[in-house]
Unconditional design. Structure first.
Length: 213
């Protein structure tokens, strides 16, 4: 494929969604005639809509059905990701576009890697092994790093909060992201998300110019 796939990852509240808009604008100024495709997961497709409803529910209670529900959620994320690849990512890359995705399969591994703790052994590796045969590996992944407590403070003004926005949960997800980045240092670029949004976007864009310039 002649395009480039750039993914933005990080815990909720790290500012990556805001940065995605700035990055896409800055890249348009330096990418010549290449098309910029800004997309996100969960998508607006059927699986994505079901996921959004699921994430808005109350946290799981510790019942006999909890493991099954968490597994169901994992495969909804995977179904949505597969649809995203087929409908948006792959066609755009084949046309030579620069695809910027706000969340990707790494988010599924990081977040569901926490929810499936105690359900499967080494859940991050287990999830990654399911993705591996059919997923597309990003050319670069920008990981926005912010202390989970600060991230929660940023999210307090949101009109709605989902079940993933709990401090202990976000700390575990943050640890998963950092572990994944340490395993693939050539792909992951660590971004200091404590800066103001313009500085964050500038740092992120600079990290991409050698790739797409």
């Amino acid at each position: 494929m002649s395009g480039y796939l750039i993914t933005l990852e990080g815990i909720d509240g790290s500012g990556k969604s805001t940065a995605a808009e700035h990055i896409s604008r800055l890249l348009r100024e330096s990418a010549g005639e290449r098309r910029i495709v800004l997309t996100a997961e969960p998508t607006t497709g059927e699986a994505g809509r079901i996921l959004r409803d699921e994430m808005a529910r109350s946290p799981d209670e510790d019942t006999a059905a909890t493991a099954a529900r968490r597994m169901e959620e994992l495969f909804l994320f995977m179904a949505d990701h597969a649809d995203h690849l087929a409908r948006t990512v792959m066609p755009s890359l084949e046309e030579g576009a620069i695809v910027i995705s706000d969340r990707y399969s790494d988010s599924t591994a990081a977040y569901q890697g926490v929810t499936l703790g105690g359900v499967v052994t080494d859940p991050i590796s287990w999830i990654q092994n399911i993705f591996r045969p059919w997923d597309i590996i990003p050319d670069k992944t920008l990981l926005f790093l912010l202390d989970p407590e600060e991230a929660l403070k940023r999210m307090r003004s949101r009109p709605g909060r989902d079940k993933f926005e709990r401090l202990e949960f976000l700390r575990a997800v943050d640890g998963n992201f950092r572990r994944m980045a340490s395993m693939e240092p050539d792909r992951f670029v660590l971004i200091d998300a404590t800066q103001d949004e313009r500085s964050v976007a500038a740092e992120a864009t600079t990290a991409l110019l050698d790739l797409v310039g």
